[in-house]
Write a protein that binds this ligand. Sequence first.
Ligand SMILES: CC(C)(COP(=O)(O)OP(=O)(O)OC[C@H]1O[C@@H](n2cnc3c(N)ncnc32)[C@H](O)[C@@H]1OP(=O)(O)O)[C@@H](O)C(=O)NCCC(=O)NCCS
Length: 209
Amino acid sequence: MPNGKGTQSAFIYLPPGDNHWIDIAVLIASSIPNALISRLGKHFGALYYKNIARREYSCCYAAFDKTGRLAGVILGTLDRNEAKSLDFSLKIRLLLAANVRLFSPAVFRWFACGWRNRSATKRLMRDFPKAELIVVVVHEDFKGNRIGRTLITELESFFRNNKLDFPYLILTEKSNRVANVLYEKIGAQFIKTYPYHDKLMNEWHKPLF
Ligand SMILES: CC(C)(COP(=O)(O)OP(=O)(O)OC[C@H]1O[C@@H](n2cnc3c(N)ncnc32)[C@H](O)[C@@H]1OP(=O)(O)O)[C@@H](O)C(=O)NCCC(=O)NCCS
C-alpha cells in the first residue's frame, strides 16, 4: 500500500515502483489508444516509459486511491531528447516486446506517414523547448477528481526545484478536446498545429508561474 504526499486527500501521489509499470502501460494505452506506443503492447509500453522515468532529468508520479489502485500517472522530463534516447540493448528488448505488433497495418501507416512528412516535421519540431510533459492520464473511474491538475502541479514542482526557467512543451492530438481545454485552463500558450505521422498534433508551451 503506497503512502506519501497527499495523504490528506482521497488520493496518494508517489513515484511508481518497479511493480507498477505494466499497469501504467495498460492505463496509458487505454487512455491514448492512437499513440504508437499504445499499439505495441503493454510490455513494450512498460519498458519504454520506465526507461524515460529512470533518467536523472525525468520525473514520474502515479496517483493511487486508498486501496492502492492506480488512478493516474504523469511523466515529464527536463530534456526530451536525452530522455527518449534508446541504447542498443533496450532497442533489442523493445523489438522483442513489440513482436508481431510491429507488422500491423496501423504501425505500417504510422511509419509510412512519418517517412513522407519527415523533413517538414523535423523543421516544425526544431524549436521545441527541451523540457516536456510527456504524458498525463487519469483512469476512467477517477476522472473529474482534479487528479490531472494535481499530477501537473507535482511535475511543475519538480521543474521548479530543478530551476527550469523556460516554458515546457506539451503535445497533444488536435482532436483531444478535454486535454486541450485542460492545457488552456492551466495557462499554457497554444503555439501551432502540425502534422506528425498519421495525426495532427497541437503544440503548447507552459511557463512556470
Ligand atoms: C486529460 C485528463 C488527464 C484530465 O484528468 P482529470 O483528472 O479528469 O482532470 P481534472 O479533474 O484535473 O480537471 C482539470 C480540467 O480538465 C478539464 N476537463 C476534465 N474533464 C473534462 C471533460 N469531461 N470535459 C471538458 N473538460 C474537462 C476541465 O477544464 C478541468 O478544469 P476544472 O477543474 O476547472 O473544471 C483525463 O481526461 C485523461 O486521462 N484523458 C485521456 C488521456 C489524455 O488525453 N491525456 C492527455 C494527453 S497526454
